[in-house]
Design a protein around this ligand. Structure first.
Ligand SMILES: Cc1cc2nc3c(=O)[nH]c(=O)nc-3n(C[C@H](O)[C@H](O)[C@H](O)COP(=O)(O)O)c2cc1C
Length: 420
């Protein structure tokens, strides 16, 4: 069987059962998401560091103005006053979503990936604004991620599009799902889909640093399917993490899942937001170069390539302009670690912190190379050209390969002579 033999039913509509997962900061670009929608599937944009995305996409200058406004705090280790302007946040989010939705063609959908861990020095109000502004701007669906989202529905329950926008939650266990469902029931709203993310995914992981290897996607997905059955709930389940071939996907759909969420194979497409030289690093990656570490200030383990520039050199914190990981008191574990070093008398140019990285800067500048476990298999999905460069793929090619491949085969693209 092929993945194309299945369809995903969500909110009374049929989709091709491929969801391209959200990849911040602007790795899952509007262009990538729009391709998924055009082909009948579902693509995600991400609102991680949305001001920076708006500045890049639309020439606004949100980040620069914020940096100037809070310049005086640049040497403080705690930054309670460095706040996001709520109207500007809504404006940036509105631009990002509405311009994407206006460009949408085809029968698929565009979703927004919304990470709770972006606490932005004002967790509840900023989250409410991000969700509301995305709904105002016409987003088809919102995937709640990187956090349990126990208060998220409560924040937006009075929004006029609360019941008409599709909502999904990413969980890594039936236990986390149960907590979310209890809260969701209080506002009379179930999620429309559940993404079950296993330990081989890219980005942050919902497992402990010492036990992630003990889990596998198949058994967590089965556990979630069983949980839903026992509770008489019919919510589509979408596994994610390490689904590398169409056949991998078919195996999940044959055992009760409704679609799959995939990301790593799309990081090396022309539409992905990674710079081309970083796409080549992903193609070149070896299995032994992939690590799960604890350098993210969010406290979640994260998978990345060991050669990521953020792991080689520390940068001065940049919370005046960015500050997406500041907690409700204006602190971040990277900030603390950085200023501990400065107080020891180490000069800014020589500070090197192994334990934490400035993720806001690292992700914005594409210097944190987060990836799924199977990044090292990407080289087998394309042609190596005579100058040693790997040929970039189109999102359409990868999408169709997932849909039509059989027996775990991966179709290589037509040689692109222009590269040679
Ligand atoms: C480069 C990259 C960045 C990611 N960023 C995010 C993110 O910002 N938020 C999120 O919820 N998941 C993120 N993910 C996870 C994906 O959305 C997806 O669920 C997962 O990677 C699927 O597994 P696969 O990469 O093995 O296909 C990221 C994954 C990758 C590869």
């Amino acid at each position: 069987m092929k993945l194309d033999d299945f369809r995903l039913n969500l909110h009374g509509k049929e989709y091709v059962p491929i969801i391209i997962g959200g990849m911040g900061v602007n790795i899952s670009t509007a262009e990538l998401a729009l391709e998924a929608a055009r082909l009948g599937g579902i693509g995600h944009i991400s609102d991680a560091e949305v001001h920076a995305i708006a500045d890049k996409r639309f020439g606004t200058n949100f980040i620069e103005r914020k940096r100037e406004k809070y310049f005086a705090s640049k040497d403080q280790r705690s930054k309670p006053e460095v706040q996001f302007n709520i109207d500007e946040l809504a404006e940036a989010q509105g631009l990002h979503v509405s311009k994407t939705m206006e460009a949408k063609k085809g029968s698929g959908a565009i979703f927004m990936n919304c990470m709770e861990k972006l606490t932005m020095n004002n967790p509840l109000e900023t989250l409410k604004t991000r969700l509301s502004a995305a709904m105002d701007a016409g987003i088809d669906g919102i995937t709640l991620s990187a956090g349990l989202h126990l208060r998220s529905f409560e924040l937006i329950k009075n929004h006029s599009r609360f019941f008409d926008t599709m909502f999904g939650i990413i969980v890594s266990s039936a236990k986390a799902l149960n907590l979310f469902l209890i809260k969701a029931a209080r506002v009379g709203r179930q999620p429309d889909y559940i993404v079950v993310e296993g330990p081989l995914a890219g980005g942050h992981l919902g497992f402990g640093i010492n036990n992630w290897k003990e889990f596998n996607l198949k058994s967590i997905t089965d556990e979630v399917l069983q949980f839903l059955k026992e509770h008489g709930l019919k919510i589509p389940v979408i596994p994610a993490g390490g689904i590398f071939t169409g056949t991998d996907a078919v195996e999940f759909l044959q055992s009760g899942s409704s679609g799959v969420q995939v990301a790593t194979r799309f990081t090396v497409t022309k539409e992905s937001g990674l710079p081309d030289f970083v796409k080549q690093k992903y193609f070149q990656a070896l299995e032994e170069e992939v690590e799960v570490n604890t350098v993210s200030p969010t406290g979640y383990p994260m998978r990345m390539l060991k050669q990521s520039p953020v792991l080689q050199k520390s940068v001065k914190p940049n919370c005046e302009g960015l500050g997406y990981l500041l907690d409700s008191k204006g602190n971040c574990s990277y900030l603390g670690a950085y200023y501990d070093e400065i107080q020891k008398g180490i000069s800014a140019a020589n500070v090197f912190i192994k334990e934490k990285v400035c993720l806001c800067t690292g992700m914005q500048t594409f210097k944190c190379w987060t990836c799924g476990h199977y990044v090292y298999r990407l080289k087998d999905t394309t042609n190596k050209l005579i100058d040693g460069v790997y040929q970039l793929l189109t999102a359409e090619h990868v999408f169709q390969d997932y849909l039509f491949s059989e027996d775990h085969k991966i179709k290589l693209p037509e040689f692109e002579l222009a590269f040679a």
